[in-house]
Write a protein that binds this ligand. Structure first.
Ligand code: NAI
Length: 317
């Protein structure tokens, strides 16, 4: 049986190769991103491993033997999960490889923005000695963080933020009161989160329901002193509306790891606005996270090709 990797950005796939071939299967790797190149790559594969390639309904319709599609990561928004489910193909992810890293990244952005470190550094570089460039600055323990989505990553972020004494609200239509209570977090609606947050941090998946859930209207309702952080997916926040809100000073700043168009180029306006911290979809990365991710993807492939149910299936099969 054969597994294929449609695309990857790792230096080496030796871990995957040794686990998958060690179990008696074959592995072929591509750097295919477009439908026309993906179709011949996946046609006769039993397992399809993918990172950023668009695994749309057309590509899936050409899968003649696939049992599974597995994402190098958590967010499966580049895979048409429904089309796969209709063909009985499992869509799998690796939910637990980078929870610490992404929650650290969101918290680091909250702290750096809250202390206005990018502005202080730039002002100091230009000869401004003192705190004048960052007036007003608020005590973190008097601030409210609003989490949009309350899955694994924001739950861990909440525990870390509690250490700074911050009040934490969360909006997640599927989260349990019990989980929120144990984390010291108040579950509420989007309206309250938008209005009361000093830091609005986005952690839901990108789906039809969440596309642009934060846009022009929401920015207008936010505090002008508030910051927006997105380590989830570009497209959840309307990026054009965010740029406008930052320019119009409807909000105070942003921390953005994910973009509507990826890879984002140096011409992206967010990179050139003051008090924006922009990182290149790297929140997940650490040495431990990357090796864990590659190993767990390969182990799941072997698990399913050996005839077992997946450890982590996300399309309801
Ligand atoms: P998770 O799967 O544990 O939780 C997702 C949560 O979102 C669930 O609690 C679900 O109920 C909630 N949700 C679903 N629809 C919602 C809606 N309409 N409004 C609000 N909440 C909604 O996911 P986890 O591990 O917390 O990851 C969150 C996101 O982070 C992922 O979807 C992924 O796209 C992104 N991510 C980004 C990385 C990066 O490097 N920047 C790396 C890993 C994940």
């Amino acid at each position: 049986m054969k597994a294929v990797i449609t695309d990857y950005q790792y230096e080496s796939i030796e871990t995957e190769r040794s686990i998958i071939e060690g179990a008696g299967f074959t592995l072929k790797d591509y750097q295919a991103k477009e439908t026309k190149d993906l179709i011949p790559a996946v046609e006769d594969a039993q397992a399809v491993i993918t990172q950023y390639a668009d695994i749309n309904a057309e590509v899936i319709s050409h899968m003649k033997q696939a049992r599974m599609i597995i994402k190098y990561g958590i967010g499966v928004n580049n895979i048409d999960c429904e089309a796969a489910a209709k063909k009985g193909i499992y869509v799998c992810n690796v939910p637990d490889y980078g929870v610490e890293e992404v929650s650290d990244h969101a918290v680091a952005m909250i702290l750096a923005l809250g202390k206005k470190l990018p502005i202080l550094t730039e002002a100091f570089r230009n000869g401004d000695w003192g705190y004048g460039s960052v007036v007003p600055l608020y005590r973190l323990s008097e601030c409210t963080v609003g989490l949009v989505g309350f899955g694994r990553i924001p739950q861990m972020a909440a525990r870390k933020l509690k250490g700074f004494g911050m009040r934490i609200l969360a909006y997640d239509p599927y989260a349990s009161e019990q989980t929120a209570k144990e984390a010291g977090v108040v579950l509420t609606d989007m309206e309250q989160i938008i209005k009361e947050s000093d830091f609005l941090s986005v952690h839901c998946p990108l789906t039809k329901d969440t596309r642009h859930i934060i846009g022009r209207e929401e920015f207008r309702k936010m505090k002008s002193t508030a910051f927006v952080i997105n380590t989830a997916r570009g497209g959840i926040i309307d990026e054009a509306a965010l740029i406008e809100a930052l320019k119009e000073k409807e909000i105070a700043g942003a921390g953005i790891d994910v973009f509507e168009q990826e890879p984002a180029g140096p011409d992206n306006e967010l990179l050139h606005l003051p008090n924006v911290i922009a990182t290149p979809h790297s929140a997940w990365y650490s040495e431990v996270a990357i090796t864990t991710l590659q190993r767990k993807v390969a182990e799941e492939v072997v698990n399913v090709l050996q005839g077992n149910r997946p450890f982590h299936c996300v399309n309801g099969l």
